[in-house]
Design a protein around this ligand. Sequence first.
Ligand code: NAI
Length: 247
Amino acid sequence: MSQLASQIAVITGAGRGIGRAIALKFAAAGADIVCVSRNGANAEKAAGEVRALGRKAWAHAVDVAAAADVAAVCEIILAETGKVDILVNNAGVTRDGLLMRMSDEDWDTVLNTNLRGAFAFTRAFSRGFLKQRSGRIINVASVIGLIGNAGQANYAASKAGLIGLTKSVAKEFASRGITVNALAPGFIETDMTAALTEELKGEILKGIPLRALGKAEDVAEAALFLAGPGARYITGQVLAVDGGMTM
Ligand code: NAI
């Protein structure tokens, strides 16, 4: 399968979980991958796994919330790869707490990572996308950005913001053949959700018509579809990968 042959994809938060699954899925489909993560060792590890699939890979450690660092690393990436065809803004964090007790720091960390980080990467590569008159941008949002969640005002705001960013940039870039879409995963089994108690998991399952948590692989399949030739005519959309949770 070489749906993404000769494509170069930059994936943030590629060190583990959903980002890593997308990196490996895209590599298996023929893409070369730039693995970006805050954790350098994880980024290197994911890059090694991509190389083991026979593709080129680069690893970069950067905090996506640090605007100046992002600008610098994107320059380095472009110098190394010569072009970027696909950008997946996947890096994300949670700092849960009830609104009344939520600190400014927890608000800022989540907004700056999940939303500002995506803005910074999108802006950094936009000139190249516009010049080459092609490109795919995929933002990993969340069902929480669609329906909200008690204890996650910061996270919900960041993901709803990411959906607004997706639609606005989709409108700005459409005339140049660039598509911008969002994925809205539901509950996916990764380190982010590993902390859930069995009791809470049971409660969550009651709200999922397909009666199962999702896997990182499920999100990666949807990302591959949005990055591939079959999604040529799809832009500004939010694709829920949630077992039917939000229908
Ligand atoms: P994870 O915690 O396993 O992985 C997140 C990755 O992002 C890690 O590699 C981490 O190093 C990186 N990262 C975090 N903050 C960063 C920063 N400031 N700079 C650079 N890299 C940073 O999480 P998971 O589950 O793989 O989540 C990936 C994305 O999917 C996130 O945006 C998350 O909000 C979203 N998501 C996850 C769901 C789930 O159930 N696991 C559900 C809905 C959305």
